[in-house]
Design a protein around this ligand. Structure first.
Ligand SMILES: *[C@@H]1O[C@H](CO)[C@@H](O)[C@H](O)[C@H]1NC(C)=O
Ligand SMILES: *[C@@H]1O[C@H](CO)[C@@H](O)[C@H](O)[C@H]1NC(C)=O
Ligand SMILES: *[C@@H]1O[C@H](CO)[C@@H](O)[C@H](O)[C@H]1NC(C)=O
Ligand SMILES: *[C@@H]1O[C@H](CO)[C@@H](O)[C@H](O)[C@H]1NC(C)=O
Ligand SMILES: *[C@@H]1O[C@H](CO)[C@@H](O)[C@H](O)[C@H]1NC(C)=O
Ligand SMILES: *[C@@H]1O[C@H](CO)[C@@H](O)[C@H](O)[C@H]1NC(C)=O
Ligand SMILES: *[C@@H]1O[C@H](CO)[C@@H](O)[C@H](O)[C@H]1NC(C)=O
Length: 311
C-alpha cells in the first residue's frame, strides 16, 4: 500500500486533515518530508514503480550488474549459466570467462535473498500472510523465473545447484510441487542446458523444474507427460523451429510452426519461449518479436533489455 495523496499521508502520520486548509498541498508535503522522512518510506520499496514484463534476460550475467539491471527494467526471467569446479558453481558462458568470485551464490542467491528479505518484513501487519511477496513491489504475486543453465555434466552438477538453493528454499521463497500441489512462490527455478530430465522427475518435493523441448512436446520417444508441475516453460531454438530472418514476408509454413509449437505448450498450461532470435538488423529483430508475440509466444528472449522493455 502506498499513500498517493496528501490526505493519505496526513492520515498515515496521524495529523489532522484541517492542516490542508492552512497551507498549499506542496507546502504540506515539503514540511512532512522535512519533519519525518522515515514515515514516508515503506519497507518494500525496492522495485517500486517497476512494471514486470515477460522478458527473458539471456545470459543475464553479462550485464554491468547481473540480476539487478534486469529487475530494474521489470524483466521477469533471468538466465544464469553454472559451471561446477571443485564443488563450487561458477557463473559464465565458457571456462575462459570464469573468475573465482563470480559464483552462483554471490551473483544470484545472496542478492535474491537480500531483496526478498526486504520485500517480506516480518511485522504485525504480515503475520497472516501465507505466501511471500515476490521481487516486484507492484505485482508482489508475480514470480521471478530463474533459468539455470547447467554447463557442466548435469547429473554431477544438479545436486550442487539444489544445495545452493537452500537459503531460498528454507525461507519458502521457491515455487514448489509437493503432494500433488503446485504452490507458486517468489522464485520459480527452471533448469536448462545439461539439466538431467530423469533426476528432475524424481525430485519430491520439486522446486527445480525442467525447461521442456518446445518442438517435442508430442514426441512419444521422450516418454514424458509434459505439464507445469514438471515444466512451466518450454523453449526451442528459433533458427531451427522457424528460421524467418525478419525481412520480407514470413512463409505460411514458418508461421504454422510458431502457431503449432505455441499451441502444443499452451494446451498443457506451459509457457513458450523461442531463443536464438536474429539480433540485427534492429528492424528484423523487431519484426520477429512482433510476429512471435502476436502468435502467442510468452517470453521475449532478449540480449538488449532496454530495447525489449520499451518494445
Ligand atoms: C581445483 O582444486 C585443485 C586442487 O586444490 C586446484 O589445483 C585447481 O586449481 C582447482 N580448480 C579450480 C577451477 O578452482
Ligand atoms: C573479484 O576478483 C577480482 C580479482 O580476482 C578482483 O579484482 C575484484 O575486485 C573482485 N570483485 C569482487 C566483487 O569481489
Ligand atoms: C490475523 O488474523 C487474526 C485471526 O483471524 C486477526 O484477529 C488479526 O486481525 C489478523 N491480523 C492482520 C494484520 O490481518
Ligand atoms: C506433504 O505431505 C506430508 C505428509 O502428509 C507432509 O509431512 C509434508 O509436510 C507435505 N509437504 C508439503 C510441502 O506440503
Ligand atoms: C519412462 O518413464 C517412466 C517414468 O519416469 C520410467 O519408469 C520408465 O523407465 C521410462 N521408460 C523408458 C523406456 O525410458
Ligand atoms: C517446422 O517444424 C518442423 C518440425 O516439426 C521442422 O522439421 C521444419 O523444418 C519446420 N519448418 C520450418 C519452415 O521451419
Ligand atoms: C507480402 O505480404 C503482403 C501482404 O499480405 C503482400 O501484399 C505482398 O505481396 C507480399 N510480398 C511478397 C514478396 O510476397
Amino acid at each position: 500500500m502506498r499513500p498517493t495523496t496528501t490526505s493519505g499521508l496526513l492520515l498515515l502520520l496521524n495529523l489532522p486533515l484541517f492542516s490542508l486548509a492552512k497551507a498549499t498541498i506542496d507546502q504540506v508535503v515539503l514540511s512532512l518530508e522535512n519533519a519525518n522522512p522515515g514515515a514516508l518510506q515503506y519497507p518494500t520499496q525496492f522495485t517500486q514503480d517497476i512494471v514486470p514484463k515477460f522478458i527473458h534476460s539471456h545470459n543475464d550475467y553479462w550485464r554491468d550488474v547481473p540480476l539487478l539491471t534486469a529487475l530494474s527494467m521489470g524483466v521477469m526471467s533471468v538466465e544464469a549459466d553454472v559451471n561446477l569446479f571443485n564443488g563450487t558453481l561458477f557463473i559464465g558462458h565458457e571456462n575462459a570467462a570464469l573468475t573465482p568470485n563470480r559464483t552462483f551464490d554471490s551473483l544470484y542467491i545472496q542478492p535474491l535473498l537480500r531483496i526478498l528479505d526486504a520485500q517480506n518484513p516480518s511485522t504485525a501487519f504480515t503475520v497472516n500472510q501465507t505466501t511471500p511477496n515476490g521481487v516486484f513491489d507492484m505485482a508482489s504475486d508475480t514470480p521471478l523465473q530463474l533459468l539455470v543453465e547447467l554447463k557442466t555434466d548435469g547429473v554431477e552438477t544438479l545436486p550442487f545447484v539444489l544445495e545452493a538453493l537452500e537459503p531460498l528454499r528454507s525461507k519458502g521463497y521457491l515455487t514448489t510441487f509437493a503432494n500433488g500441489t503446485l504452490t507458486q512462490s517468489a522464485i520459480t527455478v527452471v533448469g536448462t542446458g545439461n539439466t538431467p530430465l530423469e533426476q528432475v522427475k524424481e525430485l519430491s518435493p520439486r522446486d527445480f523444474f525442467f525447461d521442456a523441448p518446445l518442438m517435442q512436446l508430442n514426441d512419444p520417444s521422450l516418454n514424458t507427460t509434459w505439464d507445469p508441475t514438471l515444466s512451466p516453460l518450454a523453449s526451442t531454438d528459433y533458427e531451427v523451429a522457424v528460421g524467418w530472418v525478419g525481412i520480407g514476408n514470413i512463409s505460411e509454413a514458418q508461421l504454422a510452426n510458431i502457431t503449432k509449437f505455441v499451441g502444443d505448450a499452451h494446451s498443457r498450461g506451459i509457457k513458450a519461449r523461442f531463443w536464438d532470435i536474429p539480433g540485427w538488423p534492429i528492424v528484423a529483430r523487431t519484426n520477429v518479436w512482433t510476429v512471435l508475440m502476436n502468435n502467442g509466444a510468452d517470453w521475449l528472449n532478449a540480449d538488449d533489455l532496454e530495447a525489449a522493455s520499451s518494445f
